[in-house]
Design a protein around this ligand. Sequence first.
Ligand code: HEC
Ligand code: HEC
Ligand code: HEC
Length: 189
Amino acid sequence: MLKSSLTIALFALACMPGSAIGEFFSMDPAPADRPFLEQKRKPGDIKKDKYGLPDPTPDVISLTHLPKDRYGFVDWAEAISTGVISPKSSIDGLPARLSPVDRERFDGDVLIRSGKEFMPDVLFPHSAHNEWLKCSTCHPRIFSKKAGASRITMTGIWKGRFCGVCHDKVAFPTRNCFKCHSVRKDAGK
Ligand code: HEC
Ligand code: HEC
Ligand code: HEC
């Protein structure tokens, strides 16, 4: 009895147009949150509302609405792939001008075999990184363009080299061990 009335209540809530739940799941990318706003501003320009008056509300959307990984950190890769955010490729909104080395395409995953028996292997996904970075951000300064050629160590990463150039700084922290060490040792066999 209690269970069925709860089901009906939940069903009614889900069907209600414009209910809090409905709004959450139909959330558009950031700029569309307030479509009446003039989004094409020069850096430093004051934002105006539809009456042309200064609008003091922040441009950023709250992190609470973004998808989280299983450690509770914002899952930026999923935020992009599901369209919750769609970053511009440059501050002025124009398409990024790429040098010839950065026009090469490569979206493959690279399996980096772990040097230690007790640690799962590392899967490096190019696709998730290419959303944010140019090839020349990593090649050739941080990694060579050949699988297995960069001698990556965990202590090096913790000292801020290899993956540690970004992870622990601007990308998810290294204490999410298994987000990188994600491939079971026997998976490839
Ligand atoms: C940003 C990605 C990333 C994260 C997060 C990460 N690792 Fe690693 N780790 C690597 C890579 C790449 C290697 C080099 C390939 C290999 O040996 O597995 C590595 C290597 C290792 C090795 C092999 C020995 C060595 O020093 O090379 C161990 C052990 C290790 N990691 C433990 C950990 C532990 C424990 C955590 C969490 C506290 C962790 N790693 C988090 C990327 C990562
Ligand atoms: C975030 C850093 C990063 C970015 C950005 C990046 N790569 Fe890589 N790339 C790597 C790593 C790490 C490896 C593996 C190196 C190793 O195993 O020693 C790799 C390996 C490669 C390989 C060798 C693959 C193989 O199987 O031998 C190619 C080719 C490559 N990258 C091309 C590109 C191109 C083209 C771009 C730009 C579209 C790019 N990479 C962007 C980090 C990056
Ligand atoms: C030049 C900066 C940079 C370097 C170097 C770098 N990463 Fe990342 N990585 C990022 C950014 C930015 C993201 C996206 C934001 C986030 O997930 O925190 C990311 C995301 C990831 C993801 C999540 C992908 C997903 O689909 O959820 C993995 C896994 C990852 N990196 C592994 C690695 C490994 C392993 C290395 C070293 C071999 C490495 N990264 C080196 C910047 C970097």
